[in-house]
Design a protein around this ligand. Structure first.
Ligand code: BES
Ligand code: ZN
Length: 636
């Protein structure tokens, strides 16, 4: 749809019929617990229903430039100004149009920037404007080269080494750094886009990608399902496509595409298993995009196109739980979304539970239980470090940065809650409940309290006497873990931990250990974590040689090993550790290694030195996670 223009007189004429109801019925009243403290947008007064983006991708200047048109609806008579979220944007012009005639320029002002929320963009409506339903707001703008959502990569930072690459990461509140908008998960919009790139590159979005689109530097997209702003996504690079199944496939640079197609060959099966349990996949296609190594996460569930770290390419399909996770978000998160970032456990905890179910269905209970136990172990660790106030699944979270909330506790604690409920009510009952929940709240954003009311009515009261609302509230509003919960168990991992003890005490020779190569990667990780303190340098070096730890191609085993290397100051493996820290920028793989280097009290300087060297290859979010750990970061 194009931007139509209209005279002010026509606009003013439209000043009747105030207070039209938004599509989809009544807006729920918004108690404070449903308020988004990380957005300045006045969403009770105006709501964007559709976005039209037209952006040129300028790799030389590292900016996106063009315009966005908001198709908006006025929800409250008397509203005189529109407030949008923005960060670092340069706004050139804002125009208002409705009804098909000339556009009028609107005065606007950027408020002083808040370090977390960015700069609220205040747009004044004409004095005589009255709330009259729908209108269009066109904003000409460009992004800053430092946009927090965008990473610009030089050719040498890609697999091919010949073309530049860029990608966005909008979650949690970074979409506002690449377009001015109501940047809160409470608002959903459809969108369309025209993206202009150098002709040899391909643009892909969280939308209806067309793998056959001619490479001509002009790409059109439509996202017909309404999505929250944090799922807006764009990437541009030398990308090719390989199909995986009927409605699944993978985009990657040609240099890694065959490896990616092999590693993620089970994606179509995963999708079908998920549909069988949780109801139809609502998004059409499901494709993967494999990013360069600096992608800061394991994966990001951008709808129709999950963004994925190349560190999953272990060559043995052992790390595909991340794919199961991002795919599962197609139900938990993308279909039913957290209302605010305080409710993120509804996205991540529920998804972690679904992820384990998909892993179990595809690869069996042994493997799924191994991963469940590793998750539980990480939960016990995070309960040691996450402040008590942030330990409830739904904490009070009204300040600070949504990127630094609960340190991942919401994933594991949320998963354990749903596993406990499954154990209590039985898998069949619980599966039916979850499918009904996704169906009931499809394409909505909900608060923890809406979830609580729903589960109370449809599960707890439907099967009285099993679990009470109070029991459930303990998970939601109290720190720590309830005394009664189901704890994961894995014989395999128990055996690996016993091997660690036996080897450390000298009972089990190292050659016997290395013959136990039937270990899963998960068991190898558990083994490494179970090694007792005080092992000599010789013994650790012997272990490294026998198991090939420093040389492993499995990024999760490398992570577990180099955490120990840094913690124990095992100098013979420091060269390997340095290489690991330069290989991938995925925060999870490297941040804990830096953390241990600083914590061992001798290597903070080394950590700072390695970081300074690697920094330019890391994503801004990764830098933001690691830099504060290092000495003298305030002096830089
Ligand atoms: N949605 C998250 C990534 C995210 C969370 C980005 C919060 C920004 C703010 C994604 O689905 C995720 O959880 N990724 C994990 C995957 C893992 C738990 C399987 C990751 O990146 O490690
Ligand atoms: Zn997730």
């Amino acid at each position: 749809m194009s931007f139509r223009v209209m005279p002010l007189a026509v606009l003013l004429f439209l000043a009747s019929g105030c207070g039209r109801e938004p599509a989809g019925g009544e807006e729920p009243s918004a108690p404070d617990r449903a308020r988004d403290y990380f957005s300045d947008a006045n969403i009770a007064q105006f709501a964007t229903r559709h976005l039209e983006l037209d952006l040129a991708v300028d790799f030389d200047r590292r900016v996106l430039k063009g315009h966005v048109i908001h198709q908006m609806e006025c929800l409250q008579p008397g509203a005189e100004s529109i407030v949008l979220d923005s960060r670092g944007l340069h706004i050139d012009r804002i125009q208002l149009a409705a009804g098909g005639a000339a556009a009028v320029d609107l005065p606007f002002q950027l408020a002083p920037a808040d370090p977390v929320r960015g700069a609220a963009l205040h747009i004044s409506l004409p004095a005589a404007y009255a709330c009259a339903g729908g209108f269009e707001l066109k904003i000409d703008y460009r992004t800053s080269p430092q946009a927090s959502a965008i990473m610009w990569l030089a050719p040498e930072q890609t697999a091919g080494g010949r073309h530049p690459f860029m990608f966005t990461q909008s979650q949690a509140i970074h979409a506002r750094s690449w377009l001015p908008l109501q940047d809160t998960p409470a608002v959903r919009t459809t969108y369309e886009a025209v993206i202009r790139t150098p002709p040899e590159l391909l643009a892909v979005m969280s939308a209806d990608n067309d793998a056959q689109a001619p490479r001509n530097g002009r790409y059109r997209f439509l996202m017909p399902q309404p999505i929250p702003s944090y799922l807006l996504a764009l990437a541009v690079g030398n990308l090719q496509f390989s199909p995986l199944g009927d409605n699944t496939g993978v985009y990657a640079e040609p240099e890694i595409l065959p490896a990616a197609a092999w590693e993620f060959a089970d994606t179509q099966d995963m999708l079908e298993v998920a549909e069988a349990i949780y109801g139809p996949y609502q998004w059409g296609r499901y494709d993967l995009l494999i990013l360069p190594p600096s992608f800061p996460f394991g994966g990001m569930e951008n709808p129709r196109l999950s963004f994925i770290t190349p560190s999953l390419l272990a060559g043995d399909r052992s790390l595909v739980s991340v794919i199961a996770h991002e795919l599962a978000h197609s139900w938990s998160g993308n279909l039913v979304s957290n209302r605010t970032w305080r409710d993120i456990w509804l996205n991540e905890g529920t998804t972690s539970y679904l992820e384990a179910r998909l892993m179990e269905a595809l690869y069996g209970k042994r493997r799924a239980d191994e991963e469940r136990l590793l998750t539980y172990q990480s939960l016990l660790e995070s309960l040691q470090t996450v402040p008590l106030a942030m330990q409830p699944l739904a904490p009070v979270f009204e300040s600070g940065d949504p990127d630094e909330g609960q340190q991942g506790l919401e994933y594991a604690k949320g998963q354990m809650l749903l596993e406990h409920l499954e154990a209590l009510f039985g898998r069949d009952t619980f599966d039916r409940f979850m499918a009904g929940y996704f169906d009931h709240f499809a394409f909505q954003a909900i608060s923890t309290e809406q979830f609580l009311d729903y589960i109370d009515e449809h599960l707890l009261q439907a099967r009285p006497g099993i679990y009470s609302r109070d029991d459930l509230q303990e998970w939601l509003y109290q720190p720590g873990l309830p005394a009664m919960m189901s704890v994961p168990h894995s014989d395999n991992l128990d055996a690996a931990a016993a091997d660690a003890q036996a080897w450390a005490s000298g009972e089990l020779p190292v050659d016997k250990l290395s013959k136990k190569n039937s270990w899963s990667p998960q068991a190898a990780i558990y083994f490494i974590k179970a090694l007792p303190a005080g092992l000599s340098e010789d013994r650790l070096a012997q272990l490294d040689r026998a198991l090939g730890l420093s040389a492993t191609q499995n990024a999760e085993i490398a992570r577990a090993w180099f955490i120990e290397v840094a913690k124990r100051r095992h100098l013979p493996a420091y060269a390997g550790m340095r290489e690991h820290l330069g290989r991938f920028g995925r925060t999870r793989l490297i941040e804990p290694v830096y953390r241990e280097l600083v914590a061992n009290r001798r290597d903070a300087g080394l950590a700072a030195e390695i970081f300074a060297q690697a920094r330019s290859a890391y994503h801004p979010l990764t830098i933001a996670a690691i830099e504060p750990l290092l000495p003298d970061h305030n002096l830089q």
